[in-house]
Design a binder for this molecule. Sequence first.
Ligand SMILES: Cc1cc2nc3c(=O)[nH]c(=O)nc-3n(C[C@H](O)[C@H](O)[C@H](O)COP(=O)(O)OP(=O)(O)OC[C@H]3O[C@@H](n4cnc5c(N)ncnc54)[C@H](O)[C@@H]3O)c2cc1C
Length: 428
Amino acid sequence: MPPPPKPIHLAICGGGLGGLALAIGLLSSPHITFTIYESASAFGEIGAGVGFGANSHKAIQLISPQLWERYRTRATFNGWASKSRTWFDFNVGAGPEEGKRIIEVLMDSEETQSTVHRAHFLEELVKFLPEGVAEMSKRVVSIEQPAGEQVRILFADGTDARADAVIGADGIRSACRAFVVGDDAALQPRFTGAYAYRGLIPMDEAVAELGEEKARNRQMYLGDNGHILTFPVAKGNIMNIVAFHGAEKEWDGPWVKQDQKEAMEKDFAGWGAAPSGIIKLLKSPDVWALYEHPPTTTYHNQHLALLGDAAHASTPHFGAGAGMALEDALVLSSLLPLCDGPSDIQRAFRAYDAVRVPRTQAVVRESRAQGKILDMRGEGVGGDLEKLREALDGRVRWIWGVDLEEHCREAVRGFWKGAGGEGAVEAA
Ligand SMILES: Cc1cc2nc3c(=O)[nH]c(=O)nc-3n(C[C@H](O)[C@H](O)[C@H](O)COP(=O)(O)OP(=O)(O)OC[C@H]3O[C@@H](n4cnc5c(N)ncnc54)[C@H](O)[C@@H]3O)c2cc1C
């Protein structure tokens, strides 16, 4: 009989959706223990709704079927049965053709899309954590990897901790990223030239303003240099709004600014009846500057790997960033249990890189281009409705259509080969 694997202790730095999903994915591996170090004083999510496509649903199911059951109790699907396969209805939001339906993008029959209030999903994730695995108010400031020793994690409060490996799941402004991405140009998030207003409206008010169909089912309103999307959350009791607009200059000040109603009204002045009605109902929207990470070729350095936004923060134009964090968590929780002990960890991280870098870098790149299309400024597309129809229908399917079981098998083959997977998934 082969000897049992040696114990591995991981530090998961960051308790957002990605870090917690990884923790849950590792619970069934008896030789792996972990501590989650979270900078906030309690688990919590900022922002309101988040959308998940077929790939994200599959990732949740594969990480933990029980988590999927819990997720479903919190998720919201399109309100009408006849809209169950509709990703979004795309409408002209401004200009002479205002009010026209551009296209209803339909998912394949086995695919689904749902939305959830971030805090609700996080609450469900936290319920799966065993007692004592999380330490709060632990802001990572530095990582050291002394030769032949465990990794040392240093915190802002002056304390430190050690682990056999570290997963940096600490979001777009990751402290861990600096210890992976050596190249300065790839390190800092960059402003993408756009920002997004976000807010919530009680569903009964939205229905009174927009009618049942538009309020209860996912919609987008496109105009020149901006687009507004709406979807139901909280089991259809609330409508979530994200309104994107192009910036005229570099972003100044904090990335999130509160109480931006006046600025929003100015940006969307002259838009049509539905967008204007939505803006009228929003009480006090926040505005979020949209940043992304420049391209990078690796997500690991020795015994430190990055996951989710820490690795590949993207604009949200495919609604896929959190889904990519879940996919990362799934792949890592398929690979790390194969390690016979700490000495195998780098092999797992190389195999992770080989499948995750191509797919997630493609999301970052293509999402930015998608933003331009949604702002009716896409190259060769502009505001031409026929071209928009084609672009909107075709550009997202490679994200949903990935075979995640095969994706994990490919990573596992890479692990056993010791040199990374082959034929990584590319954008269509
Ligand atoms: C406007 C907008 C809309 C979006 N819509 C969607 C959508 O519809 N669908 C979708 O899939 N994605 C969407 N996204 C993207 C999604 O929000 C992110 O991709 C996702 O939250 C990333 O999860 P994460 O766990 O990697 O990082 P985060 O959610 O950022 O979590 C990071 C965690 O690490 C903690 N932390 C930070 N620094 C440290 C430190 N130094 N030490 C310890 N802990 C630390 C934080 O407190 C936090 O808990 C959207 C993003 C934006 C901006």
